[in-house]
Design a binder for this molecule. Structure first.
Ligand code: ACO
Length: 222
């Protein structure tokens, strides 16, 4: 059911002419307020972050990302989706973190990549590619109205059309976890932030409630 605000919105695949607008949207939302980014204070609202921008752009280039956009051309939300080609993609990404100086960025992606390597969905389902929802982001004015769910549903439609068998996402907070659970995603692994500690026994991410854990979630779609 679309809320009154959403009647003005439509869904589109993100093409290159929107890349700058998408980055603009992410600067106002995800870059600063995704639970792990917020926990390490990766950046301030409205500010850029060169590594996250590169990560977003390389995901956009897979051409399977979607946005909800108003008639006036304002982006209300995005699902940035990427295609993973085997665990070697994740191993390479983990390796590349060694060349990065930004310790906060590094610790977020180290957690994500290491957890993904541990579970190995490629082996479990005997597939060589997986459709990954990498960045789910809704403008604060449109939150709590089911828009994230709509973006996920559109993403699933694309994944099904392209013949993917498995979709997955690293859901870092309570709201994204509720959205994907409601769409039938299953939790493959989870780790509580209060139990993810450094060598001195200190918590690496002090994440604001209600966000408690990272969940790696998947759905069999074909
Ligand atoms: N307080 C309480 N509950 C909330 C709130 C809130 N502020 N916001 C959403 N919810 C609940 C909704 O009620 C809904 O639960 P329900 O289905 O039981 O009613 C659920 O969370 C999802 O709500 P949606 O309206 O579908 O989600 P929304 O469009 O608000 O977008 C999103 C959710 C994308 C997580 C948004 O809050 C956001 O952009 N947050 C910042 C970035 C972020 O954290 N992204 C996800 C990280 S994980 C990833 O990207 C793969």
């Amino acid at each position: 059911m679309l809320s009154s605000k959403q009647h003005n919105l439509h869904m589109e695949i993100i093409t290159s002419k929107y890349y700058n607008d998408v980055i603009g949207h992410l600067k106002e939302t995800f870059f600063a307020d995704e639970p792990l980014n917020k926990a390490v204070h990766l950046t301030d609202p409205g500010q850029g972050h060169s590594l996250l921008e590169l990560h977003s752009l390389s995901t956009l280039k897979d051409n399977v990302s979607v946005m909800a956009i108003s008639q006036e051309g304002k982006i209300a939300g995005v699902a940035l989706n990427g295609i993973l080609h085997g665990n070697c993609d994740i191993e390479k990404s983990l390796d590349k973190l060694n060349d990065i100086d930004d310790e906060n960025f590094k610790k977020i992606f180290k957690l994500l990549y290491e957890q993904n390597l541990r579970i190995n969905l490629f082996k479990q389902f005997d597939v060589d590619r997986i459709f990954e929802i990498r960045i789910l982001s809704v403008d604060s004015k449109f939150r709590g109205q089911g828009l994230a769910k709509k973006l996920m549903e559109k993403s699933e439609e694309i994944a099904v059309e392209m013949g993917f068998q498995i979709m997955k996402t690293d859901a870092t907070g309570a709201f994204s976890q509720r959205v994907v659970s409601s769409l039938g995603f299953i939790t493959k692994s989870e780790i509580k932030y209060s139990e993810y500690l450094d060598g001195d026994g200190d918590q690496i991410f002090v994440v604001e409630p209600p966000h408690e854990k990272l969940k790696i979630m998947y759905k069999v779609i074909n």
